[in-house]
Ligand binder design. Structure first.
Ligand code: FES
Length: 235
């Protein structure tokens, strides 16, 4: 039996492989589906929902939904674009994201996503939560104000570094990433060279003493929109 799977994305016929997710099949075909919690090499988590697409008319997370024969996928219709935009705006207001003061500006996937969706100011009221900064580690810090709970660090530490240095605590609006040590981040075995320290899509986990090594204006998303490396592979 063939392991090829035929489907359409926004009316374009593509062929994926059995076992792929929609996001993987789309990417292989040069179609970018926005994503934040997804990171290549990590188990899909399906939490941010920025990758929402319509599959035969129903919303699904493209990063976790396996492909199947004959799927009709909509990714760039107005309904899906509005869902993604709303999610991104909610992420901005539920944390404390001040791009102009953030070392990650220009390399931040949340900021880049806002540019891609043309968001200048969220329509929701800012919540200004009271969150901590943990600078107890000599080489790495975590600023919970910027955390979007994508769990990339949790998964990277567990699956790639074999350290289990991060986990979640609390529920609902009180949910937080926590360092797995009584003395905060400094009491974990995290190293600046860990994949977990590289995995943060925003400016929540930062390495110390390397700030602004790449000047503002010369950073990844300063020159090309997020996703353009996937879209340009199609041309
Ligand atoms: S990228 Fe799919 S849910 Fe986050």
């Amino acid at each position: 039996m063939s392991d090829k799977v035929n489907m359409t994305i926004d009316g374009v016929e593509i062929q994926g492989q059995a076992g792929q997710t929609i996001l993987e099949a789309a990417e292989a075909a040069g179609i970018y589906i926005p994503r934040l919690c997804h990171m290549k090499g990590l188990t899909p988590f399906g939490s941010c929902r920025v990758c929402t697409v319509l599959v035969n008319g129903r919303p699904q997370a493209a990063c976790t939904q396996p492909v199947s024969e004959g799927m009709v996928i909509e990714s760039e219709c107005d309904r899906v674009k509005q869902i993604r935009k709303d999610i991104i705006e909610m992420l901005f207001v539920e944390g404390n994201h001040f791009c102009m003061f953030c070392e990650k500006s220009g390399n931040c996937e949340l900021q880049a996503m806002a540019y891609r969706f043309g968001i200048t100011a969220p329509k929701y009221p800012y919540l200004y939560p009271d969150r901590e900064v943990d600078a107890s580690h000599p080489d790495v810090m975590i600023d919970h104000n910027r955390c979007i709970l994508c769990a990339r660090c949790v998964r990277a530490s567990q699956e790639l570094d074999g350290k289990h240095a991060f986990g979640f605590v609390g529920r609902g609006v009180h949910k937080r990433v926590a360092a797995n040590g009584r003395g905060g981040l400094g009491s974990t075995p995290v190293a600046a060279t860990d994949k977990a320290a590289e995995s943060c899509p925003v400016g929540a986990i930062l390495k110390k003493r390397v700030g602004y090594a790449i000047p503002i204006g010369k950073r990844k998303f300063d020159h090309q929109p997020i996703g353009s490396e996937i879209e340009s592979a199609k041309e």
